[in-house]
Structure formats: C-alpha cells, structure tokens
Write a protein that binds this ligand. Structure first.
Ligand code: 15L
Length: 278
C-alpha cells in the first residue's frame, strides 16, 4: 500500500484552486502563516495576485493543467461552483474540472489532495434530535442538489484515485466557513476561518490518510456531526459558534424540525437552494 510522505517531507508548496472565491480568499490569507508557499489558481483573476494562474479546470487542455500542478507538493482543491446551478454547468465546473485536476495530479506525481467537499453531499440527512448521537462520516450520502451530487462524485473520485493510483485525499465536508455565523443553522456547522486553516493544515500534514472523509466545522456547542476523523488527523478546533447564539436565536428563533427548510443538514438547500450567480 502506498505510504504518505514522512513528516520531514511534508507539503510546503501547495496549489490552491478557487483562490479568488470566498473560501479561497480567506485561506490564502491564513495558510502562509502555517509555512506554505501557495501557487494560486482560479478561473477569474485573483485580486492583488498578478502571478496567479487564470484557467478553467473544466475546459483547460491537459498540458496546461499539468503545467499548473507541476512541482507542487500538494493541492487544496476549492475551485468550482459552490451553490446550486444547472446540471450542465455543475458537470463542467465541478465534475469534469475535478476529474481533470486529479488526472493532472496523477500525471505529475502529486501525492496529496485536500478536496473541498460539502455538507451538501449529505444534505438530506435529518438534523439529529437533541441528545442523539452526532452524524458519523459514514452516514449514507444524500445530496440535496446537483451541487451536493458533484461533491459526492468528488469523494468517490478521490477514493478511486487512492485505490488505483495511491493519490491520497482528505475530503472535507465543509459546513459554513464565514467570518461569523449568520443563521441559527450555521451555529451547528460553522467553521471559523482560523479553524478552517487549522483543518487544511492537518489534512496536508497527517500521515497515511489514504482517502479520509472528515466534517469541517469548529468545536460548536450545537455541533451536528462527528469530528472524530478530523481530530484523528491532528485537527484541534479552537472556536465555538455559541457566543453568537443568543443574538441569532433572539432574531430568528430556534430551529423547527417540522419546517422543511430546517429539517435537514442542508437546510434551505433542500427546498429552495441558492443559485450560483455566474
Ligand atoms: C456550501 O457548501 C456553500 O458553498 C456555502 O456557500 C454555504 O452555503 C454552505 O454550504 C452552507 O451550507 O452554509
């Protein structure tokens, strides 16, 4: 079985796809302090980063993609449509794009990828009742959108490239990574940006991950899912959404499991998903 690189050869130069997006912008600000040199890539120009690569993973030719990944120690793959869209657009950006990136990684010998999966890969999972066990990572996948379906595909692709080629992936089912939680649902799935960087760092440096699926959130008091597989990578979250709870609950009320907008992990993605604007 292929082995992870030893700690002394832990990734240092990392390709960050989706660098111009919301999460990419937060992470490119934070990851250099963990010791990484980032190569930035996005289909749009990255503000203030003239050396960033501008290319569309879904349509770029294989030589261009190979050149983009050549020489990096690892890839953090955030690029793609991050809300709901038509199946055709999701197919190009998220499914073809992710496949093309893995092919380039295989061809260039990149051994570790951190894949931005999403809670929407399991979005139709019912919200756990108070006192119930947290949702495990091996819960059946129940995508809530074509977007969630593409994340489910990405997790399977990662498993295939591990089994076939020994390329390791940590698939991170990210909750809501924003500077602050802005809804009562987010109190359960919030990933503070600082914890996000800690989790990506753990996913890049843990040894022998094979293909590991983790949930991506802070240590929230109202957490819905099991962070065990993330902690096993060495992730130690330091933040908790609870200080934001009183104000959000006063404004919106507690979640109502009888409300179809609030009954599942994916929240309103299950009923009226936000549409990707581009
Ligand atoms: C996601 O996967 C989206 O990319 C992000 O924008 C949030 O909406 C998040 O899920 C969420 O569930 O809050």
């Amino acid at each position: 079985m292929p082995q992870s690189p030893a700690a002394e050869s832990a990734p240092r130069t990392v390709l960050l796809t989706g660098a111009a997006g919301g999460l990419g912008t937060l992470m490119r600000g934070l990851l250099p302090s963990c010791g990484y040199t980032l190569r930035l890539l996005d289909m749009r120009p990255v503000e203030g980063e003239p050396e960033a690569l501008t290319l569309d993973l879904g349509t770029a030719d294989s030589d261009t993609l190979r050149a983009a990944v050549r020489g990096v120690d690892a890839i953090i793959h955030l690029a793609g449509i991050s809300l709901e869209s038509t199946f055709e657009k999701i197919l190009d950006a998220n499914i073809r794009g992710t496949h093309a990136l893995y092919e380039a990684a295989r061809a260039e010998g990149v051994r570790r990828i951190v894949f931005a999966s999403s809670n929407h890969a399991v979005g139709f999972t019912p919200v756990p009742e108070a006192g119930a066990a947290p949702i495990p990572v091996h819960t059946p996948r129940r995508p809530d959108t074509f977007y969630g379906l593409s994340k489910s595909f990405g997790e399977d692709l990662a498993q295939l490239y591990w089994d076939l080629y020994g390329i390791e992936t940590v698939s991170v089912r990210i909750g809501s990574c924003f500077p602050e939680p802005t809804s009562v649902r987010m109190l359960s799935i919030w990933l503070s940006p600082a914890d996000g960087a800690r989790l990506l760092h753990a996913a890049l440096t843990a040894e022998n991950v094979g293909h590991t699926v983790v949930y991506g959130s802070s240590a929230n008091t109202r957490l819905w899912w099991d962070l065990g597989s993330a902690r096993a990578l060495g992730y130690e979250p330091r933040d908790d959404s609870e200080p934001y709870a009183a104000e959000l609950v006063a404004e919106h009320g507690e979640l109502d499991p009888a409300d179809p907008d609030q009954a599942h992990l994916g929240g309103h993605f299950c009923t009226r998903p936000p549409i990707w604007p581009h």
